[in-house]
Design a protein around this ligand. Structure first.
Ligand SMILES: [Zn+2]
Ligand SMILES: [Zn+2]
Length: 356
């Protein structure tokens, strides 16, 4: 286990208590679903259902992409060079880190500060993942946290696995997402010149860093065939990258334990942590979204994003990394958890993050 000396900033208890209030507010909102305006009990099924228009171009594109990835897997699996598989794995890791360390922990939650070189690295890594532009991603995720499992949550897990995984990308957003989305402060993102530049040239960046450069490196680096390179590095890797990110919104909102707050749906899911580089400790993350580790347990093996952030912190590129006070985490877990929380034994390590 790698141990690094990382200077962290402890979030104040009042910040955390505010987050707790947000959680309670969400629960109140959920309960309102069963109460009529007259105070009479009304089942949620009786509330007016707003039909969200299907975006057929997205349905066709996402379906074709998945069919194509299966075709590529079946057709080129045995003819692809091992170097190409290794490269696809590395490219997948770069894109994954861009989403988890960049779009999520840096741009959305501002859990740490980054110098300019690291900001550029984060934004380029994020581009490799081939997802939506940064303002889109950040707005969706901030709304998701503030209004989890309500109609204002873009990927409301109450609408089932398929909707929260990918279905939400195939239809127009619920009007509440737009309405409540306007209450989200996006000024930091809108005023960021790096994000502005990236968003302005988004399509060019995406084509180059997600598809063209990774494929060209495989073709000219070790003489891979174009078909095999496109299949492994551009298509299959891309589809896996997308599904691993989506699994946080679906799997980690449906299956797992709730050691920190049993009143909310996000759960601790080890499998999601493996594929999403440490983002599966989702019950913890929704209770303490300001923690740069997005987890209390798991160690670097199950949170490779934190490993990379700590490496950048050790050379001073990432700094002011936020963590909540241990006592507060303990208090919240004891008061609101499902009883599965266990205290991590004290050791002489220089940082809080230890293998569970
Ligand atoms: Zn979530
Ligand atoms: Zn988050």
């Amino acid at each position: 286990m790698v141990q690094m000396c990382v200077k962290t900033t402890t979030i104040t208890e009042s910040d955390m208590l505010q987050q707790q209030e947000t959680c309670l507010l969400k629960n109140d909102q959920k309960q309102q679903k069963t109460t009529s305006y007259d105070g009479e009990q009304l089942q949620s099924a009786q509330l007016p259902v707003i039909k969200q228009e299907i975006i057929w171009t997205n349905v066709v594109f996402i379906t074709l992409l998945h069919v194509l990835s299966v075709y590529c897997f079946c057709n080129y699996f045995f003819t692809t060079k091992w170097q190409t598989y290794l490269w696809a794995f590395i490219v997948g890791g770069i894109g994954g880190f861009g989403v988890t360390g960049g779009a999520h922990r840096y741009f959305t939650h501002r859990t740490f500060k980054a110098n300019l070189p690291l900001q550029i690295i984060l934004i380029l890594c994020y581009t490799v993942s081939g997802q939506n532009d940064i303002p889109d991603w950040v707005r969706d995720h901030r709304v998701h946290h503030k209004f989890s499992e309500t109609d204002a949550d873009p990927h409301n897990a109450n609408k089932g696995f398929f909707f929260s995984h990918v279905g939400w990308l195939m239809q127009r957003k619920h009007p509440d997402v737009y309405k409540k989305g306007k209450t989200i402060d996006m000024s930091d993102i809108n005023d960021d010149p790096l994000v502005q530049f990236h968003t302005k040239h988004f399509l060019l960046f995406k084509m180059l860093f997600c598809f063209i450069i990774p494929v060209v490196i495989a073709v000219y680096g070790w003489n891979e065939n174009w078909a095999e390179a496109i299949s492994a590095v551009a298509i299959i890797r891309y589809v896996l990258n997308l599904n691993f990110t989506w699994s946080v919104n679906s799997v980690a909102h449906i299956w797992g334990s709730k050691p920190y707050d049993k009143r909310i749906q996000p759960a601790q899911n080890v499998m999601v942590s493996v594929v999403a580089m440490g983002e599966g400790w989702h019950n913890y993350h929704h209770v303490f979204p300001c923690d740069y580790r997005a987890a209390e347990i798991g160690g670097y093996l199950l949170n490779t994003t934190t490993l990379w952030l700590d490496l950048f912190a050790s050379i001073g590129w990432a700094y002011d990394l936020k963590t909540p006070p241990k006592q507060l985490v303990h208090k919240v877990a004891v008061n609101h958890g499902d009883g599965s929380w266990r205290e991590i034994p004290e050791t002489d390590h220089t940082r809080d993050y230890k293998t569970s």
